[in-house]
Design a protein around this ligand. Sequence first.
Ligand code: AMP
Length: 192
Amino acid sequence: MNIILLGPPGAGKGTQAQHLAQSRDMIQLSTGDMLRAAKDSGSEMGQIVADVMARGDLVTDDIVIGLIRERLQGDKRGGVIFDGFPRTLAQADALDNLLTEQGETLDAVIELRVDDDTLVQRIVGRAEEAKAAGQAVRADDNADSVRQRLMEYYKKTAPLIGYYHAKGKLVPVDGLGGIDAVKADIEAALDR
Ligand code: AMP
């Protein structure tokens, strides 16, 4: 089974992807995590993306599609959970082609629905928790970047909702409940 977790920053994609990876022996492919790892490694690509990410802008399609293409070569176990990818229509098209090349199909696109006020509260809360625990705060978890990330989401990523609805793949899930409630809703939707 191959699924996409779609939703704005702070919707809970990463948390739910981790749960699903465990419960269904799937692999979680998070382009955000891959890009942060590239940044931390100090590679040339990492240096290019660091400022873009800190501002809250999207990294170019070529870079993220390249990362996904590379990761899709390996063992896919019980399937792939795409977390934070695709974020543009060009990425969605590229994913479609990559899956087709590998004889794979996309089973469902889980759209996590959360209102803007909750998103901002969650992201600010995540930064404060990290600070209190003495952990590194994400460079893009500040008010200006969060605003920009939301703007990028509405301009470039939200059109994917219509795209996947038209393909009959979209499964909207209320992302406002507690982590376990959302998890149960997603599991139920996938088992239908
Ligand atoms: P995330 O961890 O998913 O919130 O992603 C953090 C940042 O990484 C985003 O704000 C973008 O700058 C970049 N990023 C992650 N995934 C993508 C993607 N699929 N396309 C473009 N930029 C991405």
